[in-house]
Design a protein around this ligand. Structure first.
Ligand code: C5P
Length: 290
């Protein structure tokens, strides 16, 4: 069985404060894009349960450190299924440790797929709750589309909008640890007011230039300080394309919005010289997600 695992970008990311559990209280607008990993799932027979993962990608672990395996473990534990198991084959296309929720999206795809394969009948909300045990971005990736995510990322409010748009993603050649970025975030950078309401309004107005003006990422200054080369790249990209360039999540992926495929293609061509990992993708509507 094939499940698509779509990447996400952050249209906004406000950190509101630090929580007693060590996580941060966030308020973010998350949006799926049509860059995806393919997850092939196959049930395994046998009394001893096995979770076997395989991928041609060389830069990811294939054991419990991989969120897809962690998701299968949570699924079997929570459903009480002790037999059989699953073979997970991953075709990796989403850049790793990039701020695009690639690993979280793989995990969400495994949860959706196992629910269908084992015919357990869990609702999307149930799967989303299981996903929260695997990682903060997994609940959103279970739903996909567009949503405001609050709490540590698991409290979701769906956003319905009809905005069509293209996105050019550029992943600089370095890996960023989300934990390191949050750790380095000074309280002075906490937001007192979240940007999500204004962003939702912009999305629903259908005006992509308004969406562009309202992009916000409170982690961006931290990642730029830890990795100054990303800040330099952002400036050069803005000079070339004349639009605002923003970072997704904790980075380092930078993105630009474009109103049409042709405009996106021009920006994509211009950015090809800056990095190897450049993608032209489309904003995914909620109904296109599954
Ligand atoms: O939930 P996840 O494992 O993806 O988070 C990775 C790390 O990012 C956490 O260990 C934590 O340090 C940080 N984080 C945070 N606040 C959030 C989400 C993540 O501090 N809302």
């Amino acid at each position: 069985m094939l499940e698509q695992a779509y990447a996400k970008i952050n249209l906004t990311l406000d950190v509101l404060g630090r929580r007693p559990d060590g996580y941060h209280e966030v308020d973010m607008v998350l949006q799926s894009v049509d860059l995806s990993d393919q997850i092939w799932l196959e049930l395994l027979d046998g009394e001893d349960q096995r979770i076997v993962m395989e991928s041609a990608a060389t830069n990811i672990p294939l054991d419990s450190r991989n969120l897809a395996v962690a998701a299968a473990e949570v699924f079997f534990r929570k459903t009480g299924i002790r037999w059989g198991g699953v073979h997970i084959h991953l075709d990796k296309h989403i850049p790793v440790a990039a701020g695009l929720a690639g690993g979280s999206s793989d995990a969400a795809a495994v949860l959706r797929g196992l629910n269908r394969l084992y015919q357990v009948g869990l609702s999307t909300a149930d799967l989303s709750m299981l996903g929260a045990e695997v990682g903060s971005d997994v609940p959103f990736c279970v739903y996909g589309g567009c949503a405001v995510a609050r709490g540590r990322g698991e409290k979701l409010t769906r956003v319905i909008h009809g905005l069509r748009g293209w996105v050019v993603l550029l992943k600089p050649p370095l890996f960023v640890s989300t934990a390191d970025v949050y750790q380095a975030l000074p309280p002075a950078l906490y937001s007192s007011v979240a940007s999500s309401d204004a962003m939702v309004e912009a999305l629903q107005s259908g005006d992509i230039s308004l969406v562009e003006r309202r992009l916000f990422n409170g982690l961006q200054p931290v990642t730029f300080q830890l990795y100054p080369e990303v800040a330099v790249l952002k400036q050069r990209m803005e000079q070339v394309c004349g639009s605002r360039v923003f970072m997704s999540g904790s980075g380092p992926t930078l993105f630009v919005l474009a109103p049409t495929q042709a405009a996106g293609q021009r920006i994509y061509n211009a950015f090809r010289g800056f990095a190897k990992d450049v993608h032209l993708v489309r904003l995914l509507q909620a109904e296109e997600f599954h």
